[in-house]
Design a protein around this ligand. Structure first.
Ligand SMILES: Cc1cc2nc3c(=O)[nH]c(=O)nc-3n(C[C@H](O)[C@H](O)[C@H](O)COP(=O)(O)OP(=O)(O)OC[C@H]3O[C@@H](n4cnc5c(N)ncnc54)[C@H](O)[C@@H]3O)c2cc1C
Length: 284
């Protein structure tokens, strides 16, 4: 199918883009990599009257490290983040997760911020942002605000972004030298995950986030509490059970609620075991 008719704007600066979005908050949509928006428009699930293409906005591109934080600007292509030496050293869980996002062709076009703003419940990057306690910087003509990743995802394809706001950058704490693990189960490589878990060790605790299993990516506080005092095989078993119990899984043609609950429990067990073994690991 073809999309409904729309007008197209390609601003060159962030201020221009913010102005256009403010003028069209009700009937406009940002276009980043187009890997989710364009299929939705072709299926007529979205029919914006105005498209604001942010591909040429230079302020939205680039990666840098500043004082213990990796800053990825929202319009940076997923593949550029995946292959960035800075990100690979400072936040190794990020490229590991990106390797599971669709296929190479998708990641070459798709953007880091677009994935978070789209808020697919099965998005790998959402779980990574949650487990890393990332901070999301958003701008509108009204000013700038910072949103904790844990406050950002509120439902399937729903975030706390206002209609006139642009996600401009994602700020992630450096976790070099800390154990982490990223695992997912998908029917075929490149498919959206039936369930996945991201685990990142902190000072004496482990942050756990799951995706694909419930209506929104989420942290697993009960499972995290189970290993807060001690990370040993016995507490890992308790955490796996707690995770399976605390999620509210979705049921669809790909997997029912029972399977997703079991997958989350098992993936928590596997990721925590890898963290216990001190490995920097992913399931590639
Ligand atoms: C075949 C296929 C397989 C895929 N598999 C996976 C997968 O396994 N895992 C996964 O996570 N994703 C997957 N994707 C989605 C892919 O990662 C997309 O790139 C991503 O979801 C959206 O990023 P984008 O830059 O393409 O955004 P777009 O499609 O351009 O935009 C998506 C939405 O986000 C909004 N938006 C974009 N950028 C911003 C911004 N800076 N500020 C505010 N709002 C913004 C847009 O207005 C739109 O509503 C797949 C896509 C395809 C086509």
């Amino acid at each position: 199918m073809k999309p409904a008719r729309f007008r197209y704007a390609r601003p060159g600066t962030l201020d221009e883009a913010l102005g256009l979005l403010a003028d069209h908050a009700d009937d406009g949509k940002l276009l980043a990599g187009g890997q989710s928006l364009v299929p939705m428009m072709n299926f007529r699930l979205a029919a914006p009257a105005v498209i604001v293409d942010i591909g040429a906005v230079r302020e939205l591109h680039g990666i840098e490290e500043e004082g213990g934080t990796v800053v990825v600007r929202a319009g940076t292509r997923q593949r550029a983040v995946e292959t960035s030496a800075t990100v690979g050293v400072a936040c190794p869980v990020v490229p590991a997760a990106l390797a599971h996002v669709g296929h190479l062709q998708i990641r070459v076009r798709g953007t880091f911020g677009g994935s978070l703003a789209h808020a697919d419940p099965a998005a790998e990057l959402a779980a990574v942002a949650l487990a890393l306690d990332a901070e999301l910087v958003v701008r509108s003509v009204r000013g700038e605000r910072r949103i904790a990743a844990t406050e950002f995802f509120v439902g399937p394809y729903m975030t706390t972004l206002e209609l006139d706001e642009i996600l401009t950058e994602v700020r992630m704490p450096v976790h070099t030298g800390r154990a982490w693990s990223f695992q997912e189960v998908a029917r075929r490589r490149g498919d959206f995950a039936l369930a996945g878990v991201c685990a990142v060790a902190r000072n004496g605790s482990v942050a756990l986030a799951c995706f694909g299993a419930a209506s929104t990516p989420r942290r697993l506080p009960a499972a995290e509490s189970a290993v807060a005092e001690e990370l040993v095989p016995e507490t890992i078993d308790v955490a796996a059970e707690a995770a399976a119990a605390e999620i509210d899984p979705i049921s669809d043609v790909h997997a029912d609620e029972r399977l997703r609950r079991r997958l989350v429990g098992e993936l928590v067990r596997r990721t925590l075991t890898e963290v216990l073994n001190g490995r920097d690991s992913d399931s590639r």
